[in-house]
Design a protein around this ligand. Structure first.
Ligand code: MN
Length: 244
């Protein structure tokens, strides 16, 4: 089975609990994390190691971008929980693995189940041919300029935007999105489902063509996963939470 998982933010124990709950078997199952695997939470390093050790896949999130650019000295270091990752012997390899993640990925369907797109935050409403856009955005070296580009900012940060792709910083509930901005998914015409994370204040939701899986496990909410083949949601409670 292919499992897509919402923002982990270093919640290694929640990921471990999820993998046990779904009886995840790396030989037969795929784990797709929707970005923001690290930072804020208690166990970034353990979280990344667990993800790596089960052959995890994923898309890049804004916290991966921050970690990579802060580690490279391009962005100023803010308050974060990344030092154990930066100090670890396998830290450079884990960071490189995160740098190579795509920003927008198509997960094919098969007999009996539909394909979907995976992205951390959302899509620009101006994008028509998503295969073309994904090929363009994911292409080229994932250098620091790529991480800092407008395309990457958009797909890793958008919550509310306009039809011409202007974003707002508003990050609370979608109902309160200030006009003329709308939740990006309200401007997404489908028909292929998009599964995303990034919007903890919104929590898990299921829209017409979208599913949001960030249920804020780092803030004490559950960790949410969706099985593409079975179109099934599994949630596990977060064992511990550390506010930073
Ligand atoms: Mn995010």
């Amino acid at each position: 089975m292919r499992w897509l998982v919402g923002d982990l933010q270093g919640c290694a124990r929640a990921l471990d609990r999820l993998l046990q709950t779904i009886r995840f078997d790396p030989a037969h199952d795929e784990l797709w994390c929707l970005g923001d695997l690290l930072n804020r939470g208690p166990d970034t390093l353990a979280c990344l190691r667990l993800w790596r050790d089960v052959g995890g896949h994923g898309v890049i999130g804004n916290h991966e971008v921050y970690a990579l650019l802060a580690h490279a000295g391009v962005w100023p270091r803010k308050h974060d929980t990344l030092q154990p990752l930066f100090d670890a012997p396998d830290g450079p390899a884990l960071l490189q693995q995160l740098r190579e993640l795509p920003a927008l990925t198509y997960l094919p369907g098969d007999t009996g189940f539909a394909p979907c797109w995976a992205v951390h935050a959302g899509l620009d409403p101006r994008w028509q041919d998503l295969h073309k856009q994904a090929a363009r955005i994911n292409a080229g070296p994932h250098d620091n300029a790529w991480l800092d580009s407008e395309d990457i900012r958009f797909v890793t940060r958008v919550r509310c935007c306009t039809a011409d792709g202007q974003r707002t910083r508003y990050d609370r509930e979608p109902e309160g999105c200030p006009p003329p901005y709308k939740p990006w998914d309200a401007l997404y015409p489908g028909p292929v489902r998009v599964v995303h994370g990034h919007w903890a204040r919104r929590g898990y939701y299921r829209g017409k063509y979208t599913i949001g899986l960030d249920s804020g496990c780092v803030y004490g909410g559950p960790l949410t996963a969706w099985c593409q083949q079975e179109d099934r949601i599994v949630q596990v409670d977060t064992p511990t939470t550390v506010a930073v």
